[in-house]
Structures are given as structure tokens and as C-alpha cells.
Design a protein around this ligand. Structure first.
Ligand code: NAD
Length: 379
């Protein structure tokens, strides 16, 4: 923890609670972090990952849960930020039912202060098993009232953010003939390529899995570019839709795009990169603003899922992005700082009584009744 205690790290970033979970029988080792419940129960995915050390897992869960707070706040959702990490040897290996049930019981004991979802390494089946132990889990199968794959909704949000950015940069929101380079032809990337082609953009796509890139490009009439050179591609918009950390002080000088708008989480290696991008005149739309479609989709699950409503709400990411860019321009700050200020403003002015949501409190969507379950009408 960089020489600091976990408590100090929590206090510095304002985390409310960190729970260590161990289950001898199933060998579960997990950490659940609740950064903030000021706007409602915290929500965030469960990440199954091979961490070099426990300190790395704690560092990751603290940073990820904090980012979830800002993502929900900017998206105008009534929920806070949380995350869970499970330390595993092989993130791709199927998890035992015993391990998932033990995790589900630990989540249940938090009484709804942490609501789980899928993240890296997690599957709908994992969520279904966890749901056997607790109601506080989303992303369960659609037949159980779940919201299904969030990727199409996330891609719609990214597209609307891109329109807003084009309006800011080129004075025209249209994507017609704009060259957009999409890094990652996975769940979100593939949907985004399709939407961009429908918007008549010239699209290039890159993936470390070259056959995946080719398949997506062939299906939608896009070009394939080598994944090693994706950052040096001359383009109007670069759309990182693979892993985080693509934009660093080392990579910024190599970029040849006018703007960055993508789904990947944690695109900047550290906050100073936002300043380096601004200095090069590259407009960076903050990832936690752009990729909120996933949690917007989940939030619909709380009241009875409707994909149509989720898609409509994801479209509002365009207006939020435009607002962030306008505030950044007017105040002479980076869009990253403008978005963080927007989030912190909501946390200050719209916090629940007492500042922390507790089990049994109503949620924004329960008409003053205690929150007892998600997905009304479904067991
Ligand atoms: P995914 O695993 O389906 O796709 C990622 C793709 O990126 C894979 O095809 C992988 O081969 C490729 N890739 C990995 N490293 C690469 C590299 N260096 N260059 C090019 N390609 C590379 O993941 P996804 O669900 O599409 O999510 C993409 C990103 O968006 C992730 O960072 C995720 O955290 C974030 N995100 C996703 C959602 C969602 O709804 N799925 C929501 C919010 C944020």
C-alpha cells in the first residue's frame, strides 16, 4: 500500500468500508470495498483476477470502487460506488459453487450496502449462483428479471458521447466520414463498430485477437489496423475499448487523434495525463462519463428491467459529455477535472440523510419504503 496503512488509504480517498472475506473450505479470498453510499447503495462489479499480492488487490479495489462513485454520480444515478475483487489463480477457470456461495453470503451480510454486478472474469452464471445466497446482485439471467449483456447499451452511450465531442471539436456532431479507430473488437467494440458504420463513419478496428478484428471488420465494412500501431493511427477519434492504461505520459506524444472517446475503464494511467492531452490539443472525454451505459443498464433492473428505457437513458450520456466539455472550456480546466467536480457537487448536495446509506433505508426507487430486494416480481 505504498508504505501507508489500508486505513490511511481509505481515509485519504474517503472510503466508508472495506471487508476482507475468507472461506477456508472453498479457498475464497476476496475484498469488498464500499467507497461511498452518499447517493444510495453502492454498486460495482466483481472482478476475478490473479493479483501478484494482496496489496495489489486492495489497491485495485480501492481505486475501482472510488471510480464507481464518480461514474454513478455523473450519470445522475441514485447509487454509490463499490467493488469486489476475488483473488484467483486463473481468472478464466470456472469458479466452484462453494466459492461463489461463500462470496454471496458475505455480500448478503452487508444488507444491500454493496450491490454486486459482473466485471472482468465474471459471468452471468456466477451472478446466478451468488443470487442463491443474496438478493443484492445484478446481472443475473434475463429470465430472472436481470438486465442481460450491458455491452450494447454501453456502446450506445459511447456513440452519443462521440457526437458531443465532434460537436465540440469540429462544430458538427455528425460522424459522417469521420475516421474513428476502435481499439478492441470485444463486446463493446463490436457493437460500437456497427453503430459507427450506421452513422457513416470511416472505421478502423484493432484487436490483439486478429481474427476477432477481421470478423468484426468484415461484418461491418471496416478496416483492420495492427494492434501494435493503433495509437499512432491518424484519425478524428480514437476509441479505446480494450484494457485500461492506454493513455500515459509515454503514449501521449505518439497520438495522432483529435479526440479520445471510448469504453475502457481507467484509460489514463494517472491524472496528470489529462493535462498532457489538453496541452497537445487532444480532447479527452472522461471514461467514467462515456462508459456509464453499463451501470445505467443495471439501474433499470432495480425497478423492472426495460432495455428500451435503458437505451434512452444511455443516450443522455451525450448531453452529460457536452456539459462536461463546456464547463471544462469555460473554467479552463481539463474535462477530467470538470467531470470530477460535477460528481463531487452531487455528492455534496444530494447526499442521503446522514451521508451513508444503511440496510433498511429506502432507496431512491422504493417510494419511501425500506429497500428489501431488487427486481420486483422476481424471486
Ligand atoms: P471484452 O473482453 O469483450 O473485449 C476487449 C477486447 O479487447 C478483446 O477482444 C481483447 O482481445 C481486446 N484487447 C485486449 N488488449 C488489447 C490491445 N492491447 N489492443 C487491442 N485489443 C486488445 O471487453 P468489453 O466488455 O468489450 O469491455 C471493453 C472495455 O470497456 C473494458 O475496459 C471494460 O472494463 C470497459 N467497459 C465495458 C462495459 C460493458 O458494458 N461491457 C461497460 C463499461 C466499461
Amino acid at each position: 500500500m505504498d508504505g501507508r496503512s489500508i486505513g490511511d488509504a481509505m481515509a485519504r480517498a474517503g472510503h466508508e468500508q472495506v471487508v476482507f472475506v475468507a472461506d477456508r473450505a472453498s479457498e475464497l479470498r476476496a475484498v469488498i470495498a464500499i467507497h461511498s453510499t452518499a447517493l444510495g447503495p453502492s454498486l460495482g462489479g466483481i472482478r476475478f483476477w490473479r493479483y501478484p499480492s494482496e496489496a495489489d488487490a486492495v489497491r485495485d479495489v480501492l481505486a475501482l470502487s472510488e471510480a464507481m462513485t464518480y461514474k454513478a454520480a455523473v450519470a445522475e444515478l441514485h447509487q454509490g460506488g463499490g467493488k469486489a475483487v476475488v483473488m484467483v489463480d486463473d481468472p478464466d477457470a470456472p469458479r466452484s459453487e462453494a466459492l461463489l456461495r461463500a462470496l454471496g453470503r458475505a455480500i448478503d451480510e452487508l444488507g444491500g450496502r454493496y450491490i454486486a454486478a459482473e466485471d472482468v472474469g465474471a459471468t452471468t452464471r456466477d451472478m446466478d449462483v451468488i443470487a442463491e445466497e443474496t438478493p443484492w446482485v445484478t446481472g443475473v439471467a434475463e429470465e430472472r428479471g436481470g438486465s442481460g449483456d450491458p455491452s450494447p447499451v454501453t456502446a450506445v452511450g459511447v456513440l452519443h458521447a462521440m457526437h458531443a465531442v465532434c460537436d465540440e471539436v469540429f462544430g458538427d456532431p455528425s460522424l459522417r466520414r469521420r475516421r474513428v479507430v476502435v481499439q478492441g473488437a470485444g463486446h463493446v467494440g463490436a457493437h460500437l463498430v456497427a453503430l459507427l458504420r450506421d452513422s457513416h463513419a470511416d472505421v478502423a478496428v484493432a484487436d490483439v485477437n486478429t481474427s476477432r478484428a477481421s470478423a468484426v471488420a468484415d461484418e461491418h465494412g471496416a478496416e483492420v489496423v495492427e494492434h501494435e500501431h493503433v495509437l499512432e493511427q491518424e484519425c478524428d477519434v480514437l476509441a479505446p475499448c480494450a484494457l485500461g492504461g492506454v493513455t500515459s505520459l509515454e503514449t501521449v506524444p505518439r497520438l495522432r487523434c483529435r479526440a479520445i472517446v471510448g469504453a475502457a475503464n481507467n484509460q489514463l494511467t494517472d491524472p496528470s495525463v489529462a493535462g498532457a492531452l489538453a496541452a497537445r490539443g487532444i480532447v479527452y472525454a472522461p471514461d467514467f462519463v462515456v462508459n456509464a451505459g453499463g451501470i445505467i443498464n443495471i439501474a433499470e433492473e432495480f425497478t423492472g428491467y426495460s432495455r428500451e428505457r435503458a437505451l434512452k437513458r444511455a443516450a443522455a450520456i451525450g448531453e452529460t459529455t457536452a456539459r462536461v466539455l463546456r464547463v471544462a472550456r469555460e473554467r479552463g480546466v481539463t474535462p477530467e477535472d470538470a467531470a470530477l467536480e460535477l460528481a463531487r457537487g452531487r455528492l455534496r448536495t444530494e447526499a442521503v440523510p446522514g451521508g451513508h446509506w444503511r440496510p433498511g433505508d429506502p432507496a431512491a426507487w422504493t417510494d419511501g419504503q425500506p429497500l428489501r430486494t431488487l427486481r420486483p416480481g422476481h424471486p
